[in-house]
Write a new protein. Structure first.
Length: 158
């Protein structure tokens, strides 16, 4: 059971997101319901660690098993969702992921995958491009530039 609940027009979410970086680009996604880009990830389930949840969500969405490098950000946000118009209170942990042991980069700069009844479009977005895109979370549009150089994960396959 996902850790989320709704009360009238308010909704709480406990989420995790995967920050996957290659060549000064971040992997973002959108689907048929969302007019904006967001990061791969999803809700944490009751009794599940955040670390397990982020790996599980990436496996479900991208069919790869990345390794967690470290948590990057813990963010609390309040927003009205563009799609369902509910007022959200969301806690999200953002994890830097190592994708070097996967074949993710072989999928190309843009690719589409199906997860259940949803079609997800993925795209590697240059950091500089984030300012011009409809992209959530908004704080990442600037915080991505604060990462030290050594956080850019190598992209060669082992």
């Amino acid at each position: 059971m996902d850790i989320t609940y709704a009360v009238e027009q308010e909704k709480f979410n406990y989420r995790v997101c995967a920050v996957m970086i290659a060549n000064n680009k971040i992997l973002a996604m959108h689907d048929e319901r969302s007019p904006y880009f967001y990061l791969p990830g999803g809700r944490v389930q009751m009794g599940e660690t955040a670390e397990h949840a982020v790996v599980r969500e990436v496996e479900e969405e991208l069919d790869i098993t990345p390794e967690i490098v470290r948590p990057l950000w813990l963010n609390q946000s309040f927003f009205t969702e563009d799609i369902d118009k509910l007022n959200y209170h969301e806690i999200c942990i953002y994890y830097l992921m190592d994708i070097s042991g996967t074949r993710l980069l072989e999928k190309g700069d843009r690719f589409t995958l199906r997860e259940g009844h949803h079609i997800h479009d993925f795209e590697w977005l240059a950091f500089e491009r984030l300012q011009d895109e409809h992209f959530y979370p908004v704080f990442l549009k600037t915080s991505i530039f604060d990462l030290p150089e050594h956080f850019t994960i190598r992209t060669e396959y082992e």
